[in-house]
Write a protein of this length. Structure first.
Length: 157
């Protein structure tokens, strides 16, 4: 019986001694899930406006296709949507305003973010910004959010 007690105490001592090593490993090991982009289209009553709630952990681009003409992109870093606050842990991913003129129906980059929307730890909504794209009200451009793209840049307005 005493022998079993000593064996259990020895195992317990080894477990306790390994805790600092486990903590040090957790501090040095980083989990990398790769670039993550979440973009949800928001309803809007304004014709010619497309609104998206965007949360990323990486640089990203917004491409447009099936559209020829000028597009204005406006980034809102913090605010509320239907009573839900967003952006408490966000940063501007690039310029707060951009203007691009697409010249063909194929894919063109209309906005390029050079950093993620996330600036601090938090929920996806806390790390999100609202991206508003203004375009011709008669058109329905297809907007895509991607981590990297080989699509050509649209011409600045």
């Amino acid at each position: 019986m005493k022998k079993t007690r000593y064996i259990l105490l020895a195992f317990l001592a080894v477990e306790i001694a390994s805790i600092p090593t486990a903590v040090a490993m957790l501090k040095t090991v980083s989990l990398d899930f790769g670039p993550q982009i979440a973009a949800a289209q928001l309803p809007t009553l304004t014709p010619g406006h497309s609104r998206y709630l965007v949360s990323t952990n990486a640089d990203f681009t917004v491409t447009a296709s099936d559209y020829v003409g000028e597009m204005r992109v406006i980034i809102q870093q913090r605010g509320e949507i239907a009573g839900l606050s967003f952006g408490a842990a966000s940063q501007l991913p690039g310029p707060a305003y951009a203007c691009a003129a697409t010249r063909h129906l194929s894919e063109s980059v209309v906005y390029r973010a050079n950093r993620p929307t996330a600036s601090d730890a938090g929920s996806a909504v806390d790390q999100a910004v609202v991206l508003v794209v203004q375009h011709d009200p008669a058109a329905q451009p297809e907007l895509v959010f991607v981590a990297e793209t080989d699509a050509p840049e649209a011409v600045a307005c």
